[in-house]
Write a protein that binds this ligand. Structure first.
Ligand code: CUA
Length: 318
């Protein structure tokens, strides 16, 4: 078994809806606890009554038939109706708050679903990246979600509820993080064999850090600065990489796979399949099918020196 990042236990902790990290998730958390305590109270009450009935033993009829009928009507119909209608009204109220467009949305980010990764575009600045959504902390950004193939669903549980990505439609979701940090998210709609490895990170940064990040991402890739990286760039441009990947500032302008212009600045590879380290990147290039079987990237059996220079080049794409 190859290790996955983050592992399941870590992921469970990072994605618990009971640890909200933004205003929308706080509302959802509140709704969850209200439902949890009401359901727990009802469940305990029912089991206590059942226990009392069983304790009376078989063959004993009701003490008073009229009282029994009244009890069934009140406890079996009237109280549940009040509870369910109350919860419905309450949850609709929270839905209204969640759906209300925020007055001041800092920026729009387009999320495009692919089998099995996330394209992340900042239309106002022309920045395109993948699997990591960098946002300014404490500001509401507007996500516009679409898909190029099948239905996916964007879910970062500690920030907001799920939103589907539907081919031929655009959906939207406000996203706000209250504190700087990395928030784990994933695809929440079965979309094919690698649905489970269609993960993402939302990274909330201070405004100044965010602006600096955006400015760097707007730049084209730097030209190679030594013989090794130059050789690596030639390997890249002379191989099948260019049919699927873009590196701005070079002739590589493929659109099928993630934009690699700033690949080395990203934390994860293969939509969260692996941390972005040199060794993982090498393994991914040579045969990503071992880590993420069925993904669209074919194996690329490069000789040792070609692979090393390619890795050196890719590491300059910061
Ligand atoms: Cu995309 Cu599941």
């Amino acid at each position: 078994m190859s290790s996955t990042y983050p592992d399941l236990l870590v992921m469970a902790g990072l994605t618990a809806i009971t640890r909200p990290a933004g205003p929308a998730a706080e509302r959802i958390n509140e709704l969850w606890w209200v439902m949890f305590w009401i359901a727990t109270t009802v469940c305990v009450t029912v089991f206590v009554l059942l226990g009392l009935a069983l304790a009376r033993g078989p063959g004993t009829g009701p003490r008073s038939p009229a009282l029994s009928v009244r009890f069934v009507v009140i406890a079996g119909a009237i109280i549940p109706t009040f509870i369910l209608v109350g919860l419905l009204v309450y949850s609709l109220g929270i839905n209204r708050v969640l759906a209300a467009p925020s007055a001041d949305q800092a920026l729009t980010i387009e999320i495009v679903g692919h089998q099995w990764w996330w394209e992340v575009r900042y239309p106002e600045s022309g920045v395109i990246t993948a699997n990591e959504v960098i946002i300014p902390v404490g500001e509401t950004v507007r996500l516009e979600l679409s898909s190029v193939d099948v239905i996916h669903s964007f879910w970062v549980p500690v920030l907001n509820g799920k939103m589907d990505l539907i081919p031929g439609q655009t959906t939207s979701l406000p996203l706000e993080a209250s504190l700087p940090g990395e928030y784990f998210g994933f695809c929440a709609e079965f979309c094919g064999v690698q649905h489970a490895r269609m993960n993402l990170l939302v990274v909330a940064q201070e405004r100044s850090d965010f602006d600096a990040w955006l400015a760097t991402q707007q730049l084209a890739a730097p030209p190679p600065n030594d013989a090794t990286t130059l050789a690596g760039q030639q390997v890249f441009l002379g191989s099948a990489c260019v049919y699927c990947h873009t590196v701005r500032g070079t002739n590589a302008s493929g659109k099928l796979g993630p934009d690699l212009t700033h690949l080395a600045s990203r934390r994860l590879l293969g939509a969260g399949a692996l941390p972005n380290t040199r060794g993982n990147l090498a393994g991914w290039i040579v045969n990503s099918q071992t880590t993420k079987p069925g993904n669209r990237m074919p194996p690329m059996y490069l000789g040792g020196s070609k692979l090393q220079s390619l890795l050196a080049y890719l590491e300059t794409l910061r």
